[in-house]
Unconditional design. Structure first.
Lengths: 110, 110, 110, 110
């Protein structure tokens, strides 16, 4: 029934998982001080993506407003992660960019 | 340190608790069919309020955008709950209105 | 790095999505009163699955305890959903059972 | 109606807020590497406390199992935070201990 949201839900959950993995991996890096903003954005991004996915799956009334915020945090997190060479950051950056696109597409088509 | 958000965090958590209480109480009403939109809004509102509180407590970069969405869902949920005479709906409507105001104030002052 | 959790994370997110879809679909059924426990379990199950997935992705210290609770709610929700003939309930029941197994396997292998 | 959970809900939300504040403050410390476990526990604790509060407010069937896990993460987080002299860690440790006690009381009385 909510099938028009399925691709975006999947992208949100994939992004949430990568952000959470990246946060923990960043905390284990030697240069953790350099990763502080990355960690902070990872956690916010993971929580917002999971919420957006839940509200989309329920077909909630605020899906568009929420996916707009989700796209913003994904873009900020993807940009920050993209600056670091760690594999986990690069994987996370890619998941963030993909999720931002899915959220923008979802808002445009909603 | 994040003291400027404290009143809004408190209003968000109070609203989340009332929304969750209201959802369960609605599910136990005889006229549950009439309460369907109320239940759906309660759950979305509770989850968005809890997320907004978490991001505010962390001083996250998307606080304003998120509190704007939070105010919108609180206003929608407060309006719907306000239509029903059940005590739990009236209590929830009041918590929603108070949280919406706190979020609007927070965005204006951020 | 947390690859041993990947299958369980995927099952948790799939279950969360089905539970949230089922909750909304139940609220739109004519016999919504009969679906009240299903709706309540759906929401709890969706939130617990999403949390378990987040903590697993971060490799958190409480993963086993949390996946044990997750398996319990999935079993309760799957059993309740399995009693209803609606397609969304049957799909949700299947996702719950799969997630319960993934959580039990994860705890056994952790 | 769920009044027997009210004290525990309040303690959970207070703990979630302190954990989230502590996580951000830790990320801004010079000795952030020393704070890595504290940050990781703060985030898990904040998310589990918020979930426990939501499930309690809904009077969910898994409240006891969830509050048991919540007490465990609060005790681990409170112990770790208690080792650090930063004000935010000491405040967080106190909120964690109080929440752990509230969860243990709630489980004993449920």
């Amino acid at each position: 029934m909510e099938s028009k949201y399925d691709a975006c839900i999947e992208a949100c959950y994939a992004c949430a998982a990568e952000c959470n993995r990246c946060a923990t991996a960043c905390l284990r890096e030697d240069d953790v001080k350099m990763m502080a903003r990355c960690i902070a954005l990872d956690i916010d991004c993971a929580e917002i993506c999971a919420l957006a996915a839940a509200v989309m799956a329920r077909g909630g009334e605020q899906v568009s407003a929420l996916c707009r915020v989700c796209a913003e945090i994904c873009e900020a997190c993807g940009e920050e992660c993209g600056r670091h060479q760690h594999d986990h950051c690069q994987r996370c950056a890619e998941a963030c960019r993909r999720c931002a696109r899915a959220c923008r597409d979802m808002v445009a088509g909603a």
